[in-house]
Design a protein around this ligand. Sequence first.
Ligand SMILES: [Zn+2]
Length: 660
Amino acid sequence: MTNQAQALNVNITSRFWTRYLNMTVENALPYQWRALNDEVPVDVPEGAAWGENGSQFSHSLRNLRIAAGREEGVFSGQPFQDTDVSKWLEAASYALRRKNAGLNVDELEAHVNEAIELFEGAQDEDGYLDTKFELDLPAEKRFKGLRWSHELYTMGHFIEAAVAHYEVTGSKRALDIAERVANCIGHNFGDGEGQVHGPDGHPEIELALARLYEATGERRWLDLAAWFIRVRGTDPEFFDEQDAAGGPQFYTDLHMPLKYFVQDEPILDKQHAEGHAVRLLYLAAAVSKVGRLLNDQKMLDTAERLWTNIVKHRMYITGAVGSCQVGESFSFDDDLPNDLVYGETCASVAMLFYGKSLMETKPRGSVADVMEKELFNGVLSGVQLDGTRYFYVNPLEADPAASKGNPTKAHILTRRAGWFDCACCPANLGRLITSLDQYLYTVSNDGKTVYAHQFVANKTEFEDGFTIEQTQAGDEYPWSGDITFHVSNPNGLDKKVAVRIPQWSKDYTLEVNGEAVELPVVDGFVTVDASAADTEIHLVLDMSVRRVRASLRVRADIGKLAVARGPIVFCMEQVDNEGPLWLDGMSADANVSESYEPDLLDGVEVLKVKGSRLESPTDDQYRAVDAPLTEREETLTMIPYYAWCNRAEGQMQVWVRETK
Ligand SMILES: [Zn+2]
């Protein structure tokens, strides 16, 4: 068992990630605030995300102002509209730390305080905090329609925001509101007479309460989190009974099976990752975290089992999860269609919450590898390079004509959107990127081994002067794999540093204090003694281009190759290639030249592949086989997947036809 080094002073210096951090602090979060505050009409594309809002404006902050008595008006938006502000508040709270990196966060700080003040004003005397119900429904309807009410989801996100604000600022102002919220929930839910004995249709409160426990040390929040995990799926009639008793109903045209809500069976009995991907992943992350905090073996086993099922059978090469648009859900093993995929940005973000929790239980390179895959591919594809437009769905193959002409592909946008009716993804990206410093290290329980699991250049101070500075040579990671850990230990503490050897790096060289060493790779890490005053660990990873085949179980990828280099998955875009892209092909040993282009897409590695393009002697729709098709030589241009859709709109594909 290990502790996440959350309180560490981690200073990210990576060029790649500093750009993302600063972009988020300076562009994305201010833009999102303006969207939440109805200062900009938001571009909500048709069919981008389901919803009943239909408004050109978010209305999120206005709902809070109305509930706080600052403004007249009526509620507008999704039942969980408050969460857009809560997630923004969480992201912006982490972002305040960028002040240490010289950024001006004064305006952000003012908005953070304004948001907290609004939540404070909107909270009912009994701690209840959900403007949809406060403004639209009588008090006796509360917690009576949990299938779709999202009340605990909404309050959970506020609790998470409050914990973040407390961790960053030390102020208890938001945390006090959150504790009143938790008290209200604890009062209303449980096994006692008159209490509600069932879960919210959207998991989130479990993770939130576990975090509240970590922040406050109040054991009852951990027990309540465990209660919500255990009660889920024990009574399949629960939602129906609430409806029959006259509870409030939402989304009445949506008829989702109990599996969608992860309510068809107890989560601890589940063998496969099923249902709505974000619901399942938020819950699984909580099962992992609560399992560790309670040392509950059944929870720990469940968290491992579901993770293994996902990464072995239900995850795309980009880290995208959720193959199916219907119910934004997981489907079945090895069903990974590239053009019908859902791959919600929030699901990739949730995979990082989940992975982080698994690392806290037991650091393993295989888990950190998946987290890296998500970070550099599935997560970042969700945001435009300037931070102001977003994908909800992250396809591996896109075609504007198909999205326009085929309703089953209408969810695959080929331009990122300024906002969504259901705007869960933008601020989820924000809170992940601004808290990236919490994903770099895990420290063993005895404090002796520091696991450095991500190659994100940083300088971090641990206790008693023990410091790790990670630097990267050349074009820096993820473009160069030349990484040095400068470890300073002036007080001679008994310390070890464990460095991840990624599974994708076939070869690597490792030097300690200038001497080549061969150390065993245990659970994906090499462990170096760092008890001397200074230790220098120099790791050079194999960054050669890899052509990847999928398992023969994956029907969608048969006869195709993907291309990766380091942690980055590449794709073809029509703006660089003639199209249609399905005519292009490459062989497994195709010659690939690579170059770093600093002025393209904020600096990316570009691959030029000696491939070919199919040509037909006729234009007939169908024809008897007479003359063979021909392959003409063609140079294929590939860019990092995360950077697609930042230039002209067009086709995109990750998997490319394999030729001989
Ligand atoms: Zn989302």
